[in-house]
Write a protein that binds this ligand. Structure first.
Ligand code: G3P
Length: 217
């Protein structure tokens, strides 16, 4: 499974990218707003840091302007994936971009029916928002299960990109269901590797090692 980082904060991306574990980045208008920076400059910087797909979202809601915005974002770097909302015009734009060989991430997906249309429109990624479904008492993980089942039956190439992740358990759950990608807020990468028994075990090993008086170097 690939791991993307869900942030527009370049310093955070750099600090995590040195692990070699980051396969891509997702941004959205809210994350760009939080960064307080210009979208074009920010996406350009992220693309020069991370070689995998970097999602940059259009903010227009009509087809013609979506295409203009998407072309401008796409011109920033080869690894930009144009993010479009799962609307009638967004699906049209997805089809147009994918026909031109441009990567597309269809976002704000909340149902399997929507995901089916995105795959038919040639989406590179479909982004089901797990946490926002859970927030309203629905079942976000079940949506991942439905989409992976449908995509498997028909052999769609569209990658399932689990978004709106709220916990490490969400990451484990979507991994078990075969999601191709999880996009995670930076803090969850740390939460994934941290374990109190790892810390205790290391502390015990080091205490015993000290008693030997040895040094490997
Ligand atoms: O990038 C889209 C998605 O991951 C947003 O998550 O936490 O705002 O629901 P959230």
């Amino acid at each position: 499974m690939e791991l993307f980082i869900d942030t527009a904060e370049i310093e955070e991306i750099k600090s995590l990218n040195i692990t070699g574990l980051i396969d891509g980045v997702t941004t959205n208008p809210s994350l760009i707003a939080q960064s307080g920076r210009n979208i074009i400059e920010t996406i350009a910087e992220i693309c020069s840091e991370v070689s995998g797909p970097v999602s940059a979202e259009v903010t227009a809601t009509d087809f013609d302007t979506m295409i203009k915005e998407g072309k401008k974002l796409s011109a920033i770097a080869k690894n930009v994936a144009i993010k479009v909302p799962l609307t009638f015009d967004g699906l049209r734009a997805c089809k147009a971009f994918s026909d031109d060989g441009i990567m597309v991430n269809v976002t704000l997906c909340f149902s399997a029916a929507q995901a089916l249309l995105a795959a038919k429109a040639g989406a590179t990624f479909i982004s089901p928002f797990i946490g926002r479904l859970d927030d309203i008492g629905a079942d976000g993980i079940n949506l991942i299960s439905e989409i992976t089942e449908i995509y498997e039956i028909y052999g769609f190439d569209t990658k399932v990109l689990a978004a709106s992740i709220r916990s490490v358990q969400d990451i484990v759950d979507v991994a078990k269901l075969g999601a191709d990608v999880a996009t995670i807020p930076p803090k969850f990468l740390k939460a994934m590797y941290n374990h109190p028994l790892t810390d205790k075990g290391l502390s015990d090993f080091l205490a015993d090692w000290k008693k030997t008086g040895q040094s490997i170097l």
